[in-house]
Design a protein around this ligand. Structure first.
Ligand code: RIB
Ligand code: CA
Length: 327
């Protein structure tokens, strides 16, 4: 059982990441923190509450984070995720108990959760002693500020498994992937932190495409969750086809959780990755030293191959499981 904190900007693919974590026996979801990215902070926070309400989950704490990057103005993606950030179907209005909505800022929630879980005693590790995975699937603003505010949390983090960047691919500009582009300064802090990082980028996520046939398969499940997820993914797939001519929905974010569930789903290579923060045309580029020509010490395990069939089975099974909840 891996303990994780999911930091996200729902977002259609963030929604599937939340569902995968919720449905998996391998994952203990300690909490969800939200950040502005795909849409404004209020919307990504509200969307998270709606997703949890749809799943019938009332116990996972949610903490709202930053509404803008550390330095830059916010860039949102309505052309991909719509005005709401989850266009394509109507989700239930949030129905969460007050106890599930943290009164802490996401940064303080991350810090306190990491340190509180550490009940280290002199006589060896206590049950709460295992380290925690951070799984960011949006811009890295909350994670970076938490590392600055409380560097002591580094020893409590097993690994940061993030969706972001690319070695050979791009989306928001010809040079960059959206999450890194939105807050490159935050990404630089994370990649220079010395914490083990797995970079799940577009090189694998743009290959993890749920075709329109796959999406129809989900809709045909005709369950409480699948009946909403199908139309949402159809909207997301159509937007990706219109802009990138991708024939379906590239499910970027859930690949991070899938990798924690089954490490064979991704093949990674230990590389040095720098983040471009100054380039006129290259802002947010993850500059991966694939041949080691810089001589710099590798700082990330970069995903280069994906077992798409294994990934799809995990997602289909998770949605089916959530459909059966409460029946
Ligand atoms: O570039 C894809 C990433 O940006 C995904 O995390 C998507 O949800 C958006 O946040
Ligand atoms: Ca996201």
């Amino acid at each position: 059982m891996k303990k994780i904190i999911l930091d996200c900007d729902p977002g259609h693919d963030d929604m599937i990441a939340i569902m995968l974590a919720e449905a998996s026996e391998e994952i203990e979801l300690l909490g969800i923190t939200t950040v502005a990215g795909n849409q404004a902070g209020e919307k990504t926070f509200t969307n998270t509450l709606k997703i949890l309400t749809l799943m019938g989950e009332k116990d996972i704490p949610v903490a709202r984070g930053f509404d803008k990057p550390i330095v830059r103005d916010l860039t949102v993606a309505p052309e991909i995720h719509g005005v709401s950030g989850l266009d394509g179907a109507r989700l239930p209005e949030p129905d969460m108990p007050p106890s599930a909505i943290s009164d802490m800022h996401a940064v303080d929630f991350i810090i306190s959760t990491l340190l509180k879980e550490n009940t280290s005693v002199s006589s060896g590790p206590a049950p709460g002693d295992e380290k925690i995975y951070l799984v960011p699937t949006g811009p890295l603003t909350n994670i970076a500020v938490a590392l600055i505010k409380a560097p002591e949390i580094k020893k409590r983090i097993e690994r940061i498994v993030l969706m972001g960047g690319a070695v050979y691919d791009s989306n928001v500009t010809p040079a960059a992937e959206f999450n890194i582009f939105v807050d490159p300064e935050a990404a630089e802090i994370v990649f220079k932190s010395g914490i083990p990082v797995t970079m799940v980028g577009l090189d694998v996520s743009n290959k993890s495409v749920f075709t329109f046939e796959d999406i129809n398969h989900i809709t045909a499940m005709r369950g409480r969750v699948s009946g909403i997820v199908g139309p949402l993914l159809h909207f997301f797939a159509h937007a990706n086809y219109e802009i990138f001519r991708i024939n379906g929905a590239p499910l970027h974010d859930p690949l991070t959780v899938a990798y924690l569930i089954d490490g064979t789903i991704l093949t990674t290579k230990n590389l040095h990755v720098d983040i471009e923060t100054n380039g006129e045309f290259t802002r947010g580029r993850t500059v991966a030293d694939i041949y080691g020509v810089t001589g710099k010490k590798p700082n990330a395990d970069v995903a280069l191959k994906v077992d798409v069939d294994k990934f799809k089975k995990l997602v289909f099974d998770a949605i089916k499981k959530l459909d059966l909840r409460g029946l």
